[in-house]
Write a protein that binds this ligand. Sequence first.
Ligand SMILES: [Zn+2]
Length: 298
Amino acid sequence: MPELPDIAAYLYALERRILGANLEAVRLGTPFLLRSVKPPLVETHGRKVARLRRIGKRIAIGLEPGYWLVLHLMIAGRLHWHKQPPKLSKRVIASFDFSTGSLSLTEAGSKKRASLHVVESEKELIGLDPGGLEVMEADLFAFKAALTAQNHTLKRALTDPHIFSGIGNAYSDEILHRAKLSPIALTSKLTPAQIQGLFEAVRLTIEEWTARFIGEAQDTFPEHVTAFREGMAVHGRYGEPCPRCGTKVQRIRYADNETNYCPTCQTGGRLLADRALSRLLREDWPRTLDELEAIKRP
Ligand SMILES: [Zn+2]
């Protein structure tokens, strides 16, 4: 699922291409993409792009005078840029045709989870925000308050969009490795030093990857957004050596996903039984990542 650094790069690339441009039409390959009823999509046609924003893991395109198109890519949705309006197909499920070019949305796989909302006020826009803390704008005090408000495993707390904004499965693995903390450590059991270390790890990890992707988006549209990046320490690197200590990276499978960690750096050298850990993480989890993403704010 595209996370904060990926979304930041998409927004950066879009600002250079569509800010000030006219939205000529939105074409949908499937009616199921659109999850809102009012205002009708056609009302957005012919309007100028006034602003762009990130709302959690969503991309919000602001149109004059106060409309917003809000896209959630979920796990398999990706954006692409075209000079000419592309043809819709099974894979190309929407095209946003601007006066400067077209933005298409593709979604791989049979489970179509990506969504589009059209809203016409700031209030409705905020209503789509799961409400997690924007860590890059927060201080240690606010971070600690969000982290410890409920007792969860660290993996769950970091990836829950109601607790923290924009962090998902990939960057939480990288953050925990950097902070040398176990994914199954409980938030209520952390020392002040561990919380501070985690706060710094979140900020450094997000900052570094965002800077890298924005750098890459200087010249080209981010066409190759993936959760598995060259240079990641543990995420997607099961069985490969930890770049810090050389120990083989391990995994814990839970729900429909897995978390990767280095036992030497993160769990005191313990190779914890996969099944017991899976159970622990699963009990701290909705059934799927999609469900975690879709839970409404209480
Ligand atoms: Zn290590």
